[in-house]
Design a protein around this ligand. Sequence first.
Ligand code: ASP
Length: 327
Amino acid sequence: MKILNALLAMTAVAAVSLMSGSAIAQTYPERTITMVVPFAAGGPTDTVARLVAESMSKDLGQQIVVENVGGAGGTLGAGRVAQADPDGYTVLLHHIGMATSATLYRKLAYDTLNSFEYVGLVTDVPMTIVARKDFEPSDLRGLVEYIKANKDSVTVANAGIGAASHLCGMMLMSAIQTQLTTVPYKGTGPAMTDLLGGQVDIMCDQTTNTTKQIQGGTIKAYAVTSPARLKVLPDVPTAVEGGLADFQVGIWHGIYAPKGTPADVTERLSKSLQVALKDQNVVARFAELGTEPSPDADATPAALKAKLETEIARWKPVIEAAGQYAD
Ligand code: ASP
């Protein structure tokens, strides 16, 4: 009898949770959603987030407001979302830094693999190696020689340890076996302002922030980090063409929610993300910025979870070999 009662009770609990699950999915979202971007406004992640958020808002029938929480290479913003209520009204749009920070930082205010739920992958953005407009070297080989000869004076901008610009800058320094002075910002939006103003010399940053400036001739471009040249920047060689063997990296972005966010809410957000990534305006703007939306199969919770796990494992030995950590 006891067993029967227990079984009946379990069935009742299961029925309630099923009901509450579908009830949430039917009414969600009922108010404004905050999308945290863990970098400064006006930068590459912010640009991607605002485009996607605008389109998802239309599909969801509620506004998604972007909030910039920059600092510490994206880890401050990620920490903010990890501690938010798991109700579907706070999400995080972050990039590859979510994976690299897991090893780069000795202490984080969250547990990368256990503090979040997953919505889906958004895009994979190539990087560009760029410099202030009047920087002397005219091509990548010239840049490498110049850096080696002037290592004490050349400055590299980045968005803090764990940022894509930091990762790519580290790859560059390691490829040419030279340490340079780095200048950290809360995002490469403000870093770009200083590059345009000539206050820093070089930067490795995503095409979503550099394409328009390169096309306008306001900064100099030495290379793209994609396997092939980009349609929007046909005159910029790949880093491999420019002499840096294996120098390829893509900056994948994903949307996360705090741990405990109901699965039907993350599923609803994922469906909305898939709609946004097929929105002609989003597709066209991404193309102008040198990137492409993720296909439906990648814009899912399972694909982002798998990507994060694989990327943590991929970067761990690389970072450990470099032996540079942040506290
Ligand atoms: N994604 C950062 C930003 O939006 C830059 C970076 O990661 O390097 O500013």
